[in-house]
Design a protein around this ligand. Structure first.
Ligand code: CUA
Length: 319
């Protein structure tokens, strides 16, 4: 399909969504014909004054009721299952996806690659790779919308949301903000540039601006004094952070949470919210001191040390 008002399908998910859309449209059209066709026909046939046979017909009512309940039920439940399946695919990023970080702010999209490359209102990605976007907002609600990929996700202040896609086509595709966010909302647009894997590597190295996100994060980790407490050698008792990412964390409240990006973000900004079991909350909040970009760098750093053995366990093993 290539109507000007019907964007190209640049990913597998986009095709899935289109097939579902067309199936629903055709099915609805068929149902409409089944209902309206006879209705219009009868309008004319039994019009007042017309000579038509009006003797009541005896119909097998129960049978008809059963048939016209069961068939639509099966068809539309099938459609629901199909839709749920597509939704599931869209909502669950594959574990092998590469991470790119997106911050929406009035009125631009700021994008950071783990290698350290930064761009504004442009997102360069390699073709055929699973890309996972971690999306935040610096101010109001924005919405990151890629019509050619049939995906959209709100950027909500105070939380992380994720979105993933796998581009199948090389080229340049639209990027919109699709949530009214102030005066220049309509100018908050950009492009997704899908490149060959080689081209993407070249683009990364050509634009390489020095430190990776994790390195920049490590520097912030020291500058803001996080390392003062969260490193084992210090006298202050604070949970060690090496290896914490992606692991279950027991809380003082008895709950167990997984240390994902959202948990780490909350722990930095709202340290009193989820205190780790065995610790008291002595940490100051960094709300208002760290920009969303810098938070993402610190989290990238904490993720980069996630493959190392947790310091506490290592210490216990040595005892
Ligand atoms: Cu940002 Cu609309």
């Amino acid at each position: 399909m290539n109507f000007p008002f019907y964007p190209a399908a640049a990913s597998k998910v986009a095709q899935d969504a289109d097939h579902l859309y067309w199936a629903m449209l055709c099915l609805s059209a068929a149902m409409m014909i089944v209902v309206f066709g006879p209705m219009i026909y009868f309008l004319f046939k039994y019009r007042r004054g017309r000579k038509a046979d009006r003797t009541p017909v005896k119909l097998p009512e129960t049978k008809i009721e059963i048939i016209w309940t069961i068939i639509p039920l099966v068809v539309f439940t099938g459609l629901f299952a199909w839709g749920a399946n597509v939704y599931w695919t869209i909502e669950r990023p594959p574990p092998d996806a590469m991470n790119i970080y997106v911050v929406g702010k009035q009125w631009m999209w700021k994008i950071q690659h783990p290698e350290g490359n930064r761009e504004i209102n442009e997102l360069h990605v390699p073709v055929g790779r699973n890309i996972r976007l971690t999306i935040a907002s610096q101010d109001v609600i924005h919405s990151f919308f890629l019509p050619e990929f049939r995906i959209k996700q709100d950027a909500v202040p105070g939380r992380y949301s994720t979105l993933w896609f796998n581009a199948r086509k090389l080229g340049t595709f639209h990027l919109f903000c699709s949530e009214y966010c102030g005066t220049h909302h309509s100018a908050m647009i950009g492009w997704v540039v899908v490149m060959t894997p080689d081209g993407y590597q070249r683009w990364l190295t050509q634009g390489a601006p020095g430190p990776t996100m994790a390195q920049a994060g490590e520097r912030l980790f020291r500058e803001y004094g996080c390392s003062g407490c969260h490193v084992n050698s210090t006298t202050v008792r604070a949970p060690p952070l090496a290896g914490v990412f992606g692991r279950p964390v027991p809380l003082a409240s008895g709950q167990i949470v997984t240390a994902d990006e959202a948990y780490l973000r909350d722990s930095i900004l709202l340290p009193a919210k989820d205190v780790v079991a065995g610790y008291t909350n002595d940490m100051p909040s960094f709300q208002g001191h760290l920009s969303e970009d810098d938070l993402m760098k610190i989290i990238a750093y904490l993720k980069s040390i996630s493959n190392t053995t947790p310091q506490r366990e290592a210490a216990e093993e040595n005892e």
